[in-house]
Design a protein around this ligand. Sequence first.
Ligand code: FAD
Length: 434
Amino acid sequence: KVILFWFRRDLRLDDNVGFYQALQNDVPVLPLFIFDTEILENLPKADARVTFIHKQIQKLNNQLSANYGSGIAQFHDSPKAVFKKLIQDYTVEAVYTNHDYEPYAKKRDSQIKEILVQNDIPFKTFKDQVIFEKEEVVKDDGDPYVVYTPYVRKWKENFNPSVHLVEYDTLSDLRKNLYQSKSLPQLSLEDMGFEESSVKVPDFTVSSELIQKYEDTRDYPAKEKGTSRLGPHLRFGTVSIRKMVKKAVDEKNETFWNELIWREFFMQILWHFPHTVNKAFRPKYDRIEWRNNEGEFEKWKAGETGYPLVDAGMRELNKTGYMHNRVRMLVASFLCKHLLIDWRWGEAYFAEKLLDYEMASNVGNWQWAAGSGVDAAPYFRIFNPTTQIKKFDKEKEYINQWVPDLQELSYPEPIVDHKMARERCLKTYKEAVS
Ligand code: FAD
């Protein structure tokens, strides 16, 4: 008899709610991870995120094997096929896992649940990657919030550290309740047709110093440790959100805390309005006549627009899988407004490149930049790509790092004249939305 614990976006042993709950029974727990062929088949061979996940699974597996004679069973298949096989090979008492809110995950989980229920196996799922989920922070009449300020107010009203920041200490239960085996299936990247990527996920910093200085440093892309770099770690659950919120609360710093709440705001938007993955939240915005010039899109992607701060951001993204938030806002606005290219194109490019790619945040922020989303920038507010430099990279440190060819003849002329583009954007948007 075994209980299966299915790791997904929660790749850590400590403070993992579902794993902790699985270990509270007197039945050995067999941890598993599925490299889902449906997700992987669309990715490049040397994908940085697959490399990161694989490394993290190896790390957890080695910890479980060295200390507890167990490990993580690894599969490369569709989740349906894996569970069908597992329930034949083992007497499965129950399957435990943590909630996953994206549309694909919801569909996948309901299919797995169906297979399990047919076999009288309970599928037990838990909230782990957020403080509040689904309907937990809604208006008094039950409607979801679509504006951030009242959402965050209600979030904080509902927040109770002694309930929401409880730590789930799995470590003491591992010894007694883990499934013992030296021969769990293991996978290398090569087994799955992948290669190791040279792009690495950097460690995060969430020190008291960072949180206290965050307000002053977070807007300047040249600052080495101006932001936390938590993105991919929250995305794959290599760190617990409860621990991060606890740090923000302990420092009594609202700014950093509010950023963590932006993440949950967009997650609940995607949960309540899943169609916004590819449709404007404000339907009128789907009437915009995008120019969608492919040559210009290629130049934007390559960081060759002739606007140095835009180009610096895109080159940073292409090289490292990261781009500073200020610059993300600018390049997104530039694509939608200066070039009149559909936000969905930019969203898809970010999804391919960002190490911290998170569907809810990416779609939410892109729609914000395009003006079509919840709580979005009004369409007539168009970032000026030159004055943004004066505000956020006055000494051109960031630009010099990523666009060393700025002074050379080979550096391109601006792809489009700012004034003309601004007027063209206002006209096009106005026709669509007014
Ligand atoms: P910090 O400034 O240290 O913030 C800490 C954490 O708070 C972040 O890791 C993130 O989890 C959360 N956070 C901060 N700002 C936001 C925000 N605006 N929206 C949602 N969560 C936020 N963030 C993603 O996590 N995944 C994405 O795919 C993504 N796509 C974006 C696309 C565009 C066009 C824009 C403008 C922003 C996008 N962001 C996305 C939000 C933000 O840029 C990143 O979260 C941030 O830059 C990550 O760096 P950090 O971890 O050092 O952030």
